[in-house]
Every structure is written in structure tokens, then in C-alpha cells.
Design a protein around this ligand. Structure first.
Ligand code: ATP
Length: 271
């Protein structure tokens, strides 16, 4: 079986600054490191076979969206590499949409950027608008859309473009039930066509219904990767235990994990 995506030792570091002066010093003083290094992902490695559907799970802040954005090539890695066999489309609220432009202009721009001809764009446009159920709002600026409307537009453009690898990041959870059913049907169609998909959602039932494998991230590291049934049952047990913790114990748990993700640098000199 061919691998569709290979993620090798991927880490993503963000810089956290307490004050604006730290940020400026970090830019101006090349030989000194200011601020705090925060690793949203640490040494993440896994492989996905063509046609697999991988669900990304993990509690808030565990790095699911960061990983989705890295696989889609929207943000760079700090270390490690991602190899994708085919073109990748990311569907997330706001992903790749320009708020100043109307829904229609966004469709046209995106298709133009992907190299479609004007004739092809005209043919695809109506189908996209119909699937997105945006009707009379299609000529309004996207910044006036609700998050559900934006995700419907993003989803409709991406599925019509027919990518080899599709990443859906929570986009379905903000839409209404009817649209999310329609989108799941569309994703099933993609699954039958043998496309590779990543699915980021807090809905365990959608994951169970849809995914072949689950990648469980825990504060930036891979906790488990394997068949949906096994990993989800472990994840559900973890969630139950986690939810049962007192507020103080939850905070302790998160603080311990966040400390593992951070590397504090020297305090900036007082100017
Ligand atoms: N641009 C950024 N600068 C600094 N930290 C960031 C940045 N983007 C994300 N992070 C941090 O990286 C960690 C992972 O964030 P991410 O959004 O990937 O998590 P998630 O699992 O998708 O969370 P959620 O389930 O809440 O959407 C979080 O602690 C977040 O605060």
C-alpha cells in the first residue's frame, strides 16, 4: 500500500513574550534569546496509507489544528518534515477566505489560483453556491457571514476542487445538522473514491462513524495512533477520568503538561 502522507519528527515552536519589549529585543538582539519557547508539537511522527481516514483527537490545546495546518502547508514546521503524495485542501472556518471579498469573489479567486480556466470556473461556481446553501448572501462580503456560513463556503469550494488529500478541521461542527449530514455524505463519497482524509472534531460519534485510524495528541506529543475502535475507547476512558478531576487537579494536570512544552529563556535586561 502506498503512503499518502508521512510526518517525520515534526516539531512546532512558538515564541511567547510577556511584554512587547521582549518581542522587540528578540528581533533586535540576534545573539540573545528572549521570551519563552513553547512547543505546540514535539517530535510527531506517523504515516497514513492512501485512502485512510485519520481522526485527530485530544483535549483543547493539544495541537490538532497546528498539525492540520502543517500537513496542509499553511504553516511551516520548526523541525522535521511532511511528505504528501498529492494536492492537499484544508477546510477550516476562515481557511483561505478573504473577508473583504464576497462569497462569489472568493470562489472565483480560489479557483483562479488553482489554475482553472474562466469557462471551468463558471461551470463550477453554481454548483459550489448551491452546495453551500448561501443563496442571496453569495454576493455579500464574507466578513458578514456567520461561522457556519463561512465553513459551508470553504467546504463546498474544497470538495468541488476534488483534492487528493482533504483535511476537515472542526468545520462541520459549526454548521447546522442538515449541512453536517450532507457534508459527511460527501466525505463518504470521497472515502469510496479512495481519497485520504484527516478529520479534526470533538465529536466522538462522528469519529467512530467515519475514521479508520485515530491519532491522539496530548499536549503536542503523540499519545496513541492506531485503529479507531481501540484508540477511541482509550481516549474516552481518559476523557471520563479527566472530566472527573476537580478544577484544581485539572489545572495541575495542564500546568505540568504545559511546563513540558515550554523552555523559559532569560528575562530581558531592563532598558
Ligand atoms: N500562533 C501561536 N502562537 C503561540 N501559541 C500558539 C499559536 N497557535 C497555537 N498556539 C498554541 O499551541 C497549542 C496548540 O494549539 P492548537 O490550536 O493546535 O490546539 P488544538 O488541539 O487544535 O486545540 P482546540 O481543540 O482548542 O482547537 C496551544 O497551546 C496554543 O495556545
Amino acid at each position: 500500500m502506498i503512503n499518502s502522507v508521512e510526518v517525520k519528527n515534526v516539531s512546532k515552536r512558538y515564541k511567547l513574550y510577556k511584554k512587547q519589549s521582549e518581542r522587540i529585543l528578540d528581533l533586535l538582539v540576534p545573539y540573545k534569546d528572549y521570551g519563552e519557547d513553547f512547543f505546540a508539537l514535539q517530535n510527531v511522527s506517523f504515516e497514513v496509507e492512501q485512502g485512510s481516514i485519520v481522526g485527530l483527537v485530544g483535549i483543547n490545546g493539544s495541537g490538532k489544528s497546528t498539525l492540520a495546518n502543517i500537513i496542509a502547508g499553511v504553516i511551516p514546521t520548526t523541525n522535521g518534515q511532511v511528505t504528501s503524495n498529492g494536492n492537499v485542501a484544508l477546510i477550516a472556518v476562515n481557511a483561505g477566505l478573504d473577508g473583504k471579498l464576497s462569497g462569489r469573489e472568493n470562489i472565483e479567486l480560489k479557483l483562479l489560483m488553482l489554475g482553472f480556466s474562466q469557462k471551468e470556473i463558471t461551470a463550477m461556481e453554481n454548483e459550489i453556491i448551491e452546495f453551500a446553501e448561501l443563496e442571496k448572501f453569495i454576493d455579500q462580503p464574507v466578513k458578514t457571514y456567520s461561522s457556519g456560513m463561512k465553513s459551508r463556503l470553504g467546504f463546498s469550494i474544497s470538495v468541488r476542487v476534488n483534492p487528493d488529500i482533504l483535511i476537515v478541521d472542526e468545520a462541520l461542527s459549526v454548521g447546522d445538522k442538515a449541512f453536517s449530514e450532507k457534508s459527511l455524505d460527501k466525505m463518504m463519497e470521497f472515502k469510496e473514491k479512495g481519497k485520504t482524509m484527516f478529520f479534526v472534531s470533538h465529536s466522538i460519534s462522528q469519529m467512530r462513524r467515519f475514521c479508520d485510524q485515530i491519532l491522539w495528541l496530548e499536549f503536542g506529543v503523540v499519545k496513541e495512533y492506531g485503529a479507531t475502535k481501540e484508540v477511541l475507547s482509550k481516549y474516552e476512558s481518559f476523557l471520563e477520568e479527566y472530566k472527573a478531576l476537580s478544577k484544581t487537579d485539572k489545572k495541575k494536570y495542564r500546568t505540568r503538561a504545559l511546563n513540558r512544552q515550554s523552555k523559559k529563556n532569560e528575562e530581558p535586561a531592563v532598558l
